[in-house]
Design a protein around this ligand. Structure first.
Ligand SMILES: Nc1nc2c(ncn2[C@@H]2O[C@H](COP(=O)(O)O[C@H]3[C@@H](O)[C@H](n4cnc5c(=O)[nH]c(N)nc54)O[C@@H]3COP(=O)(O)O)[C@@H](O)[C@H]2O)c(=O)[nH]1
Length: 947
C-alpha cells in the first residue's frame, strides 16, 4: 500500500511537472515569438527613422547644392554679374539656407591679366589682391600662369578673408575643379579645413563651372567650352547636416547615432558628421547580448553629393529587452504565471484523479483481498475435505486395525472397522458393525489388562493397554490397544476410536531378548546373569528358611582334547549334549548354568543333608560319563566337580562360586572324574596358582627359565642322534616347576610367545655351542605351543635364532601336536612349508592321541612322527596300544617319516619298538631330561645299551 501511495504521489508530481514544463516551453516559444515580432517592429521603426534621417541629409544637401546651381545659372545666363548683383542675388538664398557658409564666384585670371585685374578689383575693394595662404599667413599669390581668384563671396561677413584668395593653390580642391570643368556639372570637393575658421571647422565646396557666354555654344561639350571661373558654395559640413536634421527635428532621438562620411564607405578621415553615442557592447559575462539587448541592425546608405559618393550610417543603441520588449515580458511573465497555474491545476486534477484511483485501487485491493480470503477459504475447505478424504484413505489403508464405536455405554456399538481390522481378526465389517465393542475381545479369556480400557471408556478419556486378543478362529495375539474419545462439533464425546497394533512379534522378540539375556545361547541353560539372580534369590531363601544350599562347579575332563582335535563344532555339540544331561540329572527347582567353555555351575537349594545332594552329584557324573557319539566318533567324557555349601563355605554368591571352583580344581588334581567339597586348605593351592601366574610374568627377565635336554637314541645304532629341549622354571620359592603347571598358563596369559622364542634361541645357541665344542652333531627338538605356532612371529624367531646361533637349520626340529596342525589344515600347510623352506625338521608330537586325517597328514611336509608315550606305556599290557604303535610305525614309514617313540621306560618297550621297526626312542630308560652340563657329561659317556 505504501508503495502504491508513493507511486501515486510520483505520478501526480510528474504530471504537474510535465504541465509546468509544457507551459514554460509554450511561454518560451511565445516569448521568443513576441520578442521576434517586437524586434522586427523595432527594427522596422528604426529603419524608418534611419531612412528619414538619410533622406533628410541627402535631400538637404541636394537642396543646398541646388542654391549653387541657381547662382551658377545666374552667371551662365547674365554673363557679367556685378558684385552688387551677386550680393543681392545670393542674399535671399543665404537667408533661406543659413546652413550655407558662403557662396562665391572664382574667376580664372591669367598671370598676364593679374595686375589689371587686381587694379580693377581694387576699385571696388580697396585692398584687393590675389593671395594665397603660406604658412598660415595670407600672402600675395605666387606667380603662376593662371589664378582662380575668389572674386565675390557672400556673405562677406565671416568670409571676407577669402576675397582674392587664389584657390588654384589649394590642394584641398583636389581634382574637383578639373572634373567640374570637364563634365560641366556641379562637383564637390572632399572635406577640407575652412580658411574662414582657420581650420577649426571642416567643410566642403561645391563647384560649378561658369563658361564664357559668347564663346560657349550649347552644343559643345563642357570640356571644350571656355571657362571664366566657377561658382562655389562653401558648406560647413557639421553645421549644414546638423541644421538639416535639426530643422527636420530628427536630432531628438538620443538612442541613435548618425555618422556621415564624405566617401563611399565609413572612412574615419572622411567623417563629415557624427551624432549620438557609439552603441555599448551588447553582451554580458553571463548571458549573450541578444538575450539581454535588442540591437537593431545599423542602416547604411550611399548617396551622392554633387557627383561624389557619400556614406551614411545610422546605428541604433542596443536597448535592454526589459525596456524595449514589454510585450514579450508580459507574455513571459503571463506564460510563467499561466504555466504555474496550469501545473497547479494539473496537480490538483491529477491528485484528485490519483486520490480517486488510490481510493479505487484501495477498494479494489480490499475486494481482491476479500476475494483472496474467499479463495483461500475455499481452498482451505477443499484442503480440509481432501485431508479428511486422505485421512479416511489412510485409515482405510492403515496396516493397523482401527475401530470407531459410538460413545453410548454400555454397548459402545461398533460403527466402523477398517480393512486392517478385518485382516487382523478375520472378522469382516458386516460381522462386527452394530455389535458391542466388548464382544470383540471375546469371553472366557484372561483379560486382566482390559480393565484399563473399560475404565477409559467409562471415564471418557484416553486409554492404553497391552491385552491378549483373539481372532475369529480363536487364535490369540498380543494387542497394543489405544482408545481415545472423539468429540463432535459441540465438544461432546460422540465416539471412541480404537487402534489395535498386533505386537505379537515384538512380544516374541522381547521374550527372545529376555531369554537370550538370561540363557546360554549354546546350551539353553541359565547364563551367568540368571545364575547370579537365582543364586542370590536361593541364598536369600535359604537364609530365610535356615536351610543349606549347594553350589556345584562342574568342569568336563578332556573336553579341550575334543575341542582341539575335532574342532569347535564338535566341542559345541558335546557341550549341548552334556549340558542337557546335567540338566536332566538335577531336580526341578535346581538351576543349571553354563559359565562358558566347559564349566557349569549348579545351584541346588534346600538340600537337607549330604545324602540327597550326593545322589544328585552322582547322577550328574553318571550322566556325563554316558558314551557320547559325535561325528561318528564315540567319546567317554568325565567331569570333575567342586561343591561349596551355604552357609558354611560362604554367605554370598561370589564366595560360594569361587570356593566351588577351587574345590573343582582339587578334584581335577585328584585325578578327575570325581567331586570334592570345599575345605579352607584348598585356598592355599589356589593361592599358589595365583602366585605362579604373577611370578611367571617376570620369570624370563629374572632368568628363572632353563632348558633340560632329553636324548633321543637311534634304535639301530644305539647312538644319541638327537635331543628334546624341555623347559623348566627354577622358581625361587617353589623350586623346579613343571611345564605342565605353567605352559597352559603362559598360553592363557600370552607369555608363551616371548617364552617360546627364548626356548628356540637358547636351544639353537646351546646346540651350536656343543657342536663348536666338538660334540657330535645332534638334532635339537623344540616344542611349539598352539598359540606360538599360529603366531605371526614364529618364522622370524626361528630365522633369528638360526642366524644368531649359526646353527644349520637341519639340526633344529620343531615339534607340533596333532591338534595344532589339524585345526586349520590349509593354514598349517602354509606355515609348515615356510618353516620347511628354512630347512628345519618338523615332527608331530604325541601322535595317536588326537584325530589326524591321513589324507591331510600326507600333505604336510613332515619328517618325524612321535608316538605318544601313553601308547608306549601300554605296549606291554594292552593289545590295543601295541596295535596302535605298530600301525603308527607302519603309517609313518609309508609316508616316509621317521618314527620316534617317547616315554620308553623299559627294555620290553624298547624291544617291541625295535622289533616293529621304530627308528628312534626317547625316555627314562635312557635318560631323564637333564641340564646342559649333565647332558654334556651324558654325551661324553654315551654308551647306550639297546638291549
Ligand atoms: N610348548 C612347550 N611345551 C613344552 C616345553 N617343554 C616341555 N613342554 C611340554 O610340557 C609337557 C611336560 O613336559 P615335561 O614335564 O618336560 O615332560 C616331558 C618329559 O619329561 C616326559 N618324559 C620323557 N620320557 C619319559 C618317560 O620315559 N616317562 C615319563 N613318564 N615321562 C617321560 O615327557 C614329556 C615330553 O613330552 P613331549 O613333549 O610330548 O615329548 C610336555 O607336553 C612337553 O611337550 C617347551 O619348551 N615348550
Amino acid at each position: 500500500m505504501r508503495n502504491f501511495l508513493r507511486q501515486v504521489r510520483i505520478s501526480v508530481s510528474v504530471s504537474a511537472l510535465l504541465a509546468l514544463l509544457l507551459g514554460l516551453a509554450l511561454t518560451a516559444l511565445l516569448f521568443v515569438s513576441v520578442r521576434g515580432v517586437e524586434s522586427q517592429a523595432r527594427a522596422d521603426q528604426f529603419k524608418r527613422e534611419a531612412t528619414l534621417r538619410i533622406n533628410a541629409v541627402s535631400g538637404g544637401l541636394s537642396d543646398a547644392i541646388e542654391q549653387l546651381m541657381v547662382v551658377n545659372q545666374l552667371f551662365n545666363t547674365v554673363g557679367v554679374v556685378s558684385r552688387e548683383q551677386f550680393h543681392s542675388f545670393t542674399a535671399p538664398l543665404l537667408a533661406r539656407y543659413p546652413e550655407l557658409q558662403a557662396l562665391s564666384f572664382q574667376r580664372v585670371v591669367s598671370d598676364a591679366e593679374r595686375p589689371a585685374y587686381e587694379a580693377r578689383q581694387r576699385r571696388r575693394v580697396p585692398d584687393f589682391a590675389i593671395t594665397e595662404f603660406i604658412s598660415e599667413r595670407h600672402e600675395p599669390a605666387q606667380k603662376r600662369p593662371y589664378y582662380n581668384v575668389v572674386e565675390y563671396i557672400e556673405p562677406v561677413a565671416g568670409n571676407g578673408i577669402a576675397l582674392g584668395l587664389d584657390t588654384a593653390a589649394l590642394t584641398t580642391y583636389g581634382d574637383a575643379r578639373s572634373r567640374s570643368r570637364r563634365n560641366g556639372r556641379v562637383t564637390a570637393t572632399g572635406l577640407l579645413s575652412l580658411v574662414q575658421y582657420r581650420g577649426f571647422h571642416t567643410g566642403f565646396l561645391v563647384l560649378a563651372p561658369v563658361y564664357q557666354r559668347q564663346a560657349a555654344p550649347d552644343s559643345a561639350s563642357p570640356g571644350q567650352r571656355a571657362v571664366i571661373g566657377e561658382t562655389a558654395a562653401v558648406f560647413r559640413v557639421d553645421h549644414l547636416i546638423h541644421t538639416l536634421l535639426d530643422n527636420a527635428r530628427l536630432l531628438d532621438q538620443p538612442r541613435m547615432s548618425i555618422n556621415i562620411y564624405a566617401a563611399g564607405a565609413a572612412q574615419a578621415a572622411q567623417l563629415a558628421f557624427s551624432n549620438g553615442k557609439a552603441p555599448p557592447p551588447a553582451s554580458s559575462a553571463l548571458l549573450p547580448g541578444w538575450l539581454l539587448y535588442d540591437h537593431p541592425a545599423p542602416v547604411n546608405a550611399l548617396f551622392h553629393v554633387a557627383q561624389e559618393p557619400w556614406f551614411i550610417e545610422v546605428t541604433g543603441e542596443p536597448r535592454s529587452i526589459i525596456a524595449s520588449h514589454a510585450g514579450s515580458w508580459y507574455a513571459l511573465l503571463g506564460g510563467v504565471f499561466s504555466s504555474l497555474l496550469a501545473a497547479g491545476y494539473v496537480y490538483s486534477l491529477v491528485s484528485r484523479r490519483s486520490t480517486i484511483e488510490r481510493v479505487a485501487s484501495e477498494r479494489t485491493a480490499a475486494l481482491q483481498f476479500a476475494n483472496l480470503r474467499l479463495t483461500e477459504d475455499l481452498a482451505l475447505r477443499k484442503r480440509t475435505e481432501k485431508a479428511l478424504r486422505l485421512r479416511e484413505k489412510v485409515i482405510e489403508v492403515s496396516a493397523n486395525a482401527v475401530i470407531i464405536c459410538n460413545a453410548q455405554a454400555p454397548e459402545y456399538a461398533v460403527e466402523y472397522v477398517n480393512p486392517a481390522f478385518e485382516k487382523l481378526t478375520g472378522f469382516c465389517a458386516a460381522e462386527v458393525i452394530g455389535k458391542s465393542l466388548k464382544s470383540l475381545q471375546g469371553d472366557g479369556h484372561d483379560q486382566q489388562n482390559i480393565d484399563e480400557i473399560t475404565a477409559a471408556l467409562r471415564e471418557q478419556r484416553e486409554g492404553h493397554a497391552v491385552v491378549r486378543s483373539f481372532r475369529k478362529d480363536g487364535s490369540g495375539y498380543w494387542n497394543d490397544l489405544f482408545i481415545a474419545p472423539v468429540r463432535d462439533d459441540a465438544g461432546a464425546i460422540s465416539h471412541f476410536v480404537v487402534a489395535q497394533y498386533d505386537i505379537s512379534a515384538v512380544m516374541r522378540f522381547e521374550a527372545e531378548l529376555e531369554y537370550q539375556a538370561n540363557h546360554d545361547v549354546l546350551t539353553g541353560l541359565a547364563n551367568r546373569h540368571l545364575l547370579a539372580e537365582r543364586l542370590s534369590s536361593a541364598i536369600a531363601q535359604a537364609q530365610r528358611a535356615g536351610t543349606e544350599l549347594w553350589v556345584v562347579f562342574v568342569d568336563l575332563d578332556r573336553f579341550k582334547f575334543v575341542n582341539d582335535t575335532l574342532g569347535h563344532e564338535a566341542g559345541d555339540a558335546m557341550l549341548r549334549v552334556l549340558g542337557g544331561r546335567i540338566k536332566g540329572a538335577v531336580d526341578d527347582g535346581d538351576t543349571v548354568s553354563r559359565m562358558g567353555g566347559d564349566e557349569f555351575v549348579l545351584v541346588l537349594p534346600g538340600r537337607p543333608g549330604d545324602g540327597d545332594g550326593l545322589r544328585v552329584l552322582q547322577r550328574i557324573m553318571d550322566a556325563v560319563a554316558e558314551p557320547l557319539r559325535i561325528q561318528a566318533h564315540e567319546f567317554f567324557v568325565t567331569c570333575s566337580m567342586g561343591v561349596a555349601v551355604y552357609p558354611a563355605d560362604g554367605d554370598n554368591a561370589d564366595t560360594l562360586t569361587k570356593h566351588a571352583d577351587i574345590a573343582m580344581y582339587r578334584a581335577k588334581e585328584m585325578g578327575r572324574n570325581t567331586y570334592q567339597f570345599y575345605c579352607p586348605e584348598m585356598n592355599a593351592r589356589t593361592l599358589e596358582r595365583l602366585q605362579i601366574e604373577a611370578d611367571l610374568r617376570h620369570a624370563l627377565e629374572r632368568n628363572e627359565l632353563v632348558l633340560h635336554y632329553q636324548p633321543q637314541i637311534d634304535v639301530g645304532s644305539g647312538a644319541i642322534v638327537g635331543m628334546e629341549a624341555l623347559l623348566r622354571w627354577e622358581h625361587p620359592v617353589l623350586g623346579t616347576v613343571s611345564p605342565l603347571r605353567f605352559i597352559a598358563l603362559a598360553e592363557e596369559m600370552g607369555l608363551i610367545i616371548p617364552i617360546g622364542a627364548w626356548v628356540i634361541r637358547t636351544a639353537c645357541l646351546q646346540n651350536m655351542a656343543w657342536q663348536k665344542a666338538g660334540m657330535a652333531q645332534l638334532r635339537m627338538a623344540v616344542n611349539l605351543s598352539a598359540r606360538q605356532f599360529t603366531g605371526k612371529d614364529l618364522l622370524q624367531s626361528v630365522g633369528d635364532a638360526l642366524e644368531e646361533s649359526g646353527l644349520e637349520a637341519r639340526f633344529l626340529e620343531l615339534e607340533l601336536t596333532e591338534s595344532m596342525v589339524m585345526s586349520d589344515v590349509e593354514n598349517t600347510i602354509t606355515i609348515l612349508r615356510m618353516l620347511k623352506q628354512l630347512g628345519v625338521h618338523l615332527a608331530i608330537d604325541d601322535f595317536g592321541t588326537g584325530y589326524s586325517s591321513l589324507s591331510y597328514l600326507s600333505r604336510f611336509p613332515l619328517d618325524v612322527l612321535k608316538i605318544d608315550q601313553s601308547f608306549v606305556r601300554d605296549i606291554a599290557v594292552g593289545a590295543d596300544a601295541a596295535a596302535i604303535v605298530v600301525s603308527i610305525i607302519s603309517l609313518a614309514h609309508s609316508l616316509r617319516l621317521k618314527v620316534i617313540a617317547e616315554g620308553v621306560e623299559t627294555a620290553a618297550q624298547l624291544a617291541f619298538l625295535r622289533e616293529h621297526g621304530c627308528d628312534e626312542v626317547q625316555g627314562y630308560f635312557f635318560s631323564r631330561p637333564v641340564g646342559a652340563l649333565e647332558f654334556e657329561s651324558l654325551m661324553a659317556h654315551a654308551t647306550c645299551t639297546m638291549d
